[in-house]
Design a protein around this ligand. Sequence first.
Ligand SMILES: *Cc1c(COP(=O)(O)O)cnc(C)c1O
Length: 426
Amino acid sequence: MRGDIVSATPDNSHLRRPDTQTVHAGEPKHKPYGSLTTPIVQTSTYAFQDTADLVAHMRRKEQGLEPLRGEYGRYGNPTQEVVEGKLAELEGGARALAFSSGMAAIACTLLTFLSTGDHLILTADCYRKTRQFSLQFLSRLGISCTLVQPDDLDALRAAITPHTRMIFTETPTNPYLRCVDIPRVAEIAHAAGVITLIDATFATPCNLRPLSLGIDLVTHSCTKYLGGHNDLLAGVVIGSADHLARIKESNGMVGAIPDPQTMYLLLRGLKTLALRVQRQNENGHRIAEFLEQHPAVRQVWYPGLPSHPDYAVAQRLMQGFGGVVSFELNADLQGTSQFIDALEIPYMGPSLGGVESIVEQPALMSHFTLNEEERASIGIRGQLVRYAAGIEDPDDLIADLARALEREKPAPSRASSRRSGQSCRS
Ligand SMILES: *Cc1c(COP(=O)(O)O)cnc(C)c1O
């Protein structure tokens, strides 16, 4: 359909570095009306010139060829296809497909390849809704699931049965930022003829290229770093043309399609991805180092710190370690909430990866409905904090953290460090 707004298929294959790709990849130099930016094609349907035009379009489809024009909005729109071209190139994949959310991308991909009687292996410590979708929804369709720890390759090998069809993994994981040894997972999976799908939302294509390490399919919640401005929801899957054709056929029926306006916002966000992630890598690293030496902090999880269990894997596979830092205070659940309430710069909420820093206490946010025992069984303690650094000045973020941590010591005075008029949280 790209022919609709694009005069020639872009050849950006000579643009190899992410900083250039984020700006130019997937986009033709010459766009309709001489517009420098990619147009938003706000239409639900595409009109044919005459019957001959219609028949030519249908013949192409019948032959399994890429359509040269649009037909109906649920099968995609030109703004979306430019985003897909950019993301495919950034990840080094043949093709990408965008979705209305990250979960839509994950759910549609799993449903495309899994049938009743199939078996799925998931690495534990993954996004909670992915785990719920697999254990609660897929199990109702007669698809069984096994959870294995992200660093236990023997358990992974042992979990494979003749019915295993897919391995789903995430890296770095949430909230402990565990990093999977991707080449070894890919090797084990391919020896068994199993499709590998990795959720690399926390890594971004700037920090990790899973396809180049042997993974079949990469998915991202574009809601996070890729969009980067906390103002849109979208998802993407990237991989081979064959796999993507099957996923696209599924989504033609499911209809979890992103709208053209959102795709424009994503395209705009992607322009600065490399710059933003560079700053977020730096902010995450500086914050992790600061927290690790602070007496009020019990433990820090950041893959760029030698103390992280997957430091060696991360060093080997990743170009940077992202903006998310998880840590536990020497405090209980209430004391930890007081620390979070004392922070002035970050917003309190779920999500991550945007320009604004966001902080959360997983026990009260993503895991609120669980009791303390259930939370403990999956390793979520009351004093755990997840800090997702934005692109603010690292010194400001650290000064803010230092002020809030002071409250954890027996305070000489109860006076709050909150400076009125300075709060960004309003
Ligand atoms: C947010 C997130 C998702 C889900 O994405 P949505 O866009 O919210 O549907 C999936 N995986 C990870 C790792 C995420 O952080």
